[in-house]
Write a protein that binds this ligand. Structure first.
Ligand code: DAK
Length: 291
């Protein structure tokens, strides 16, 4: 019984007492139904995607990844959504790519199937910030998915790791690159070579997670509150901020600074920059255009 309860998606565990009246299924779900995830708009301007494949700890099979791509595209193009929260259940954010699906793939199948295609699209075309809210296991591809997001929140007891070495393989969706950038080479190398897990507390201490929460309910509340706050700012500024911070992962310092300066200048052509600075001078609350 306990196990089943912990499998319930976090969003549903908050209903109805702690979720505000504005909770509703995201409108796009009326035309599309999802087998492996839930899509909702729990706060104004906030889209929430909840991974929901409980029997296998949200193991990321290709149909799930395809649905995730579709859900993120839907939220990305929605004019009402400013920020996204991606979460799982209390027990698992995701225990990795689906090992049983991957196991029989031949060399050429692993290269040509939609497996690679679907993963390589993940989050890369999403202009709106994504907050990963991680409770329970975030292993292998689950850890990689969390690290692909823009902000990582987790419970203190979350269980992160890149255990692929135990399967005779290595991280394949960016884990070795992102973990090394976040933790430095020595710590990342130790974790990848041993396959050891690390807790949410360690993830925060090492700078991988922005914040920890004592419970999964507090985690989702915290992620939604941050997302709502971000969604309330100028959309064009928020998207520019996401773009330039993410560029720091790819560019040299010199090129990154130049890139940031160009995006900064670009904002002088936006209405919201005028709105924001005029409101400051007039001591008023800015009314963003959400252009
Ligand atoms: N895949 C498939 N099934 C999984 C799974 C996974 N990753 N993780 C768990 N399950 C299933 C279990 O098989 C079990 O199913 P039944 O036996 O009941 O049918 C069910 O979930 C419950 O799991 P356990 O009974 O094992 O639960 P425990 O609490 O005892 O253990 C655990 C939880 C998370 C420690 C354990 O399940 C575990 O070690 N899971 C595997 C973790 C792991 O090794 N993850 C890394 C997988 S490799 C790429 C993209 C992505 C990737 C690579 C390349 N490209 C695009 C190139 C990613 C690779 C990976 O993620």
């Amino acid at each position: 019984m306990n196990t089943l309860r912990s499998f319930r998606p976090l969003a549903s565990r908050l209903q109805p007492s702690t979720l505000p009246r504005t909770v509703r299924q995201f409108s796009a779900t009326t035309t599309r139904s999802y087998e492996y995830l839930l899509l909702s708009e729990p706060r104004p301007g906030v889209g929430q995607v909840t991974l929901n494949r409980p029997k296998v700890l949200n193991a990321l099979c290709t149909p799930l990844i395809n649905e995730l791509n579709t859900a993120l595209d839907t939220l990305n193009s929605s004019p009402t959504i400013g920020a996204i929260v991606l979460t799982g259940s209390e027990k698992a954010f995701a225990a990795g790519a689906d090992i049983k699906e991957m196991a029989p793939l031949t060399f050429s199948e692993a290269y040509t199937t939609s497996f690679i295609e679907s993963w390589s699209r993940l989050t890369t075309q999403i202009k709106k910030p994504i907050i990963a809210a991680v409770s329970g296991h975030a292993l292998g591809g689950g850890c990689e998915l969390a690290m692909m997001c823009d902000i990582l929140y987790c419970t203190e007891s979350a269980n992160f790791g890149q255990p692929e070495i135990k399967l005779g393989t290595i991280p394949g969706a960016g884990g070795s690159q992102r973990l090394t950038r976040a933790l430095g080479k020595s710590k990342a190398m130790e974790l990848i070579l041993t396959g050891n897990s690390f807790s949410g507390v360690e993830a925060e201490r090492w700078g991988l997670a922005a914040r920890t929460f004592p419970t999964s309910e507090a985690l989702v509340e915290g992620a939604l509150a941050t997302a709502e706050r971000v969604a309330g700012y100028s959309r064009v500024a928020v998207q520019a901020a996401k773009e330039v911070v993410n560029k720091s992962q790819d560019l040299s310092l010199r090129d990154g600074v130049e890139y940031e300066r160009r995006v900064f200048h670009g904002l002088f052509g936006s209405k919201d920059q005028k709105v924001g600075m005029k409101a400051f001078a007039e001591k008023k609350k800015p009314e963003w255009t959400h252009e």
